[in-house]
Design a protein around this ligand. Structure first.
Ligand code: GLY
Length: 378
């Protein structure tokens, strides 16, 4: 079954979720003459499939193959894409189709946002993370040597395709990393997401009785069946619920003046870890540690019950996400100062007062920060 969620941004657009959705591409690309498909070289097979559909629909198609993961989010790769657009004569009515995970939709979206001050972009998300977060909300950007996503813009896509058949071949590491954004959505807005994961893990683990939820802090992925196989029965619902939350938040606050900030739960420390680890960690892995830190911080600040901290740790560990970090606090502070939520010199964190109840914590003391960080030390 195909689900369609409309995002009411400055121009409304649809996110379609289901299987075998290439047929939606021509309607989303619309009246363009030329289409540039931006795709990492490792996903050429998807780029080729998208190209065949668009060529068959009468578009002049071009392909820009880019590096994988965060390595593509540089000004040099963007410049390469601009040069292809220029050499192929792309005009204001032409389009970009970004095919890939969150890094590709960030890059492809930003290339489209900046070419001739903005041309149409369609995102084809190929990872869990792209489907539930990066491709959906119109944020685009690249990294600089000083930090993640420091250069970018809001650029409304013309449509987003979340074809879950593409997840059949996703690596286990990427599948699990994407779950961090799903869990994040559960904690900030839709706690049914948390229950669905807890129930599916309990039901698929022969060693755990189904009434054993909530998971314990000691839970780690059970030996045997991979987490992806154990969660696949509920994955379509997890994706639909996450997209629905994201679409509602983005419809209310496209340019992040208010409630959209809540989508950054776990990201302040998470982005700093990614940067400090030279992007060798997956985004979701760093966000998982960031969520445990934010939960600990809220508890240290007297805002959050310890049971929610334990649930955060238990869920992340049970799906195989990291919950500890062995770096030094000082190494992460500079990167956090450059976080987009920081105001002046005051660090701001998204924290919870309960599962499903996010709020902001402004200017926590150094003692509180260090105490929370000590609690996530490896
Ligand atoms: N990933 C957070 C947002 O889209 O606002």
């Amino acid at each position: 079954m195909t689900e369609r969620v409309t995002v009411h941004a400055d121009t409304p657009y649809d996110v379609v979720i289901g299987r075998d959705l290439y047929g939606w591409l021509p309607a989303m690309v619309g009246k363009a003459t030329r289409v540039l498909i931006v795709v990492p070289a490792v996903l050429t097979h998807y780029g080729t499939a998208v190209r065949e559909v668009l060529t068959g629909a009468g578009y002049e198609t071009y392909v820009a193959e880019v590096p994988d993961a965060e390595a593509q989010k540089t000004v040099h790769v963007a410049e390469f894409c601009w040069s292809v657009l220029g050499q192929c004569g792309f005009t204001r009515t032409d389009a970009v189709v970004a095919v890939g995970g969150g890094a590709t939709t960030d890059l492809g979206g930003w290339v489209a946002a900046t070419w001739l001050r903005g041309i149409r972009v369609v995102h084809v998300a190929t990872t869990v993370l792209g489907m539930v977060d990066a491709a959906v909300g119109g944020k685009t950007g690249i990294n600089t040597s000083l930090g993640k996503n420091l250069v970018g813009s809001f650029h409304t896509p013309a449509g987003v395709i979340c074809d879950t058949s593409m997840l059949d071949t996703l690596s286990e590491r990427d599948y699990v990393a994407g779950l961090a954004e799903v869990i994040k959505t559960g904690f900030i807005a839709d706690t049914r997401i948390l229950e669905l994961i807890e129930e599916a893990l309990a039901e698929s683990d022969p060693g755990v009785a189904s009434d054993a939820v909530p998971l314990s802090c000691d839970d780690a992925p059970a030996e045997g069946l991979p987490v992806s196989a154990r969660l696949n029965p509920v994955l379509p619902e997890l994706i639909q619920r996450s997209v629905a939350v994201k679409a509602a938040v983005v419809s209310e606050d496209f340019t992040e003046q208010g409630s959209r900030e809540f989508l950054n739960y776990g990201h302040t420390l998470g982005h700093a870890i990614e940067h400090h680890e030279d992007f060798q960690w997956r985004h979701g892995e760093a966000v998982a540690v960031g969520m445990v830190f934010a939960a600990e911080l809220a508890q240290v600040a007297g805002m959050l019950d310890a049971s929610v901290v334990a649930r955060t740790r238990a869920l992340c560990s049970a799906v195989g996400l990291p919950t500890t970090y062995d770096g030094a606090w000082e190494d992460l502070q500079d990167a956090m100062q450059r976080d987009k939520k920081t105001r002046g010199h005051m660090l701001r964190f998204i924290v919870l007062t309960a599962a499903g109840e996010p709020t902001r914590l402004e200017g926590p003391s150094e003692d509180m920060l260090r105490e929370a960080f000590a609690r996530i030390a490896a």
